[in-house]
Design a protein around this ligand. Sequence first.
Ligand code: LCS
Length: 379
Amino acid sequence: MGFATDAIHVGQEPDPTTGAVVAPIYQTSTYVQEELGKHKGYEYARASNPTRSALERNLARLEGGRHALAFASGMAAINAVITLLQSGDHVICSHAVYGGVYRLFTKVLSHFGLEFSFIDTTCVENVEKAIKKNTRLLYIETPTNPTLAISDLGEMSQLARARRVPLVVDNTFMSPYLQRPLEFGADMVVHSTTKFLNGHSDSIGGAVILTRQEDYDRLYFIQKSAGAILGPFDCWLVLRGVKTLAVRMEQHCQNGQAIAGFLEPHPKVKRVFYPGLKSHPQHELGTKQMKGFGAMLSFELGSRESAERLLRQVKLCSLGESLGGVETLISHPATMTHSSVPPEERLKIGITDGLVRLSVGIEDVEDLIADLDRALSHV
Ligand code: LCS
């Protein structure tokens, strides 16, 4: 079946007891057992819940994996993946990642004897050089938040296989509609379902999608033991959001491209970072591994003062954290999403004080352009 059909139907067969077309919200913490050891496959909702199972089946199919696990947030999903490792292990991570990932790795997990190297993964040779005897994981974000740098999924997967180091890809910015890292040979995909998958800015969640049974068994054990599960109502919201993922992403891409095209020649804008522009350094690579260029873009205004003026003036674009919803959000990475990254590290990855990020929604694009145009006239 095609992607849109799977998004609407997989895991969401009509409820066998009532015929309900929509998967029910099983708002329960436990399940009655007929006698000791005899039950219907559900014992306690930290371990499993039918609404969560429905979402997990759905996400596994959309990413082209065999299994998925839904977590309480994107960060909870990423944390669970890292706890597959042991003290003394080394992780190579894209140097430009969501600031929360950098914070988790450097300020929390590094206290448990894990070692992290932040590397420019747009160049596979850098990664190859950084691999050590104790490297046990390659963790990449592509495109990166917020600079939209692209790593080569095929080359990274080949390297990972050759060196027997699992490759984990954060696919939050693209969603499986636009990019499917497992098909290139990645071992696991992580998502903040908070973003495009849910798509309506009304739920926090995360997911890991993978293929190998033994990886699933280990990660399921961690999920069950540590308990950072996604609750049934949030699972239901994400399932509902995913049903329109295909049409939303098409519109997100159209609007993203139109706004990037408007911003690039604008006299107040010094540079636009959007993979759909020919000026993007990895535009060609993007056309090979992505079905579309998405709705995330950043642009350089030259100074914090200019960025602040713009952010004060926009009306339709809402100033706020997060991304991937139907409404357009605008943010200032240096003081918002990446405030936990030290200033010198931020500059190395291109996050200046004049950088503004847009998560382009699916409003009428002329209205968005008019809002940005008016706000830019104040810069
Ligand atoms: N991965 C990426 C690429 C993200 O952008 C985020 C959050 C996460 C993981 C973590 O997911 P969460 O726990 O929030 O569900 N990114 C945010 C951002 O750019 N603004 O606010 C949150």
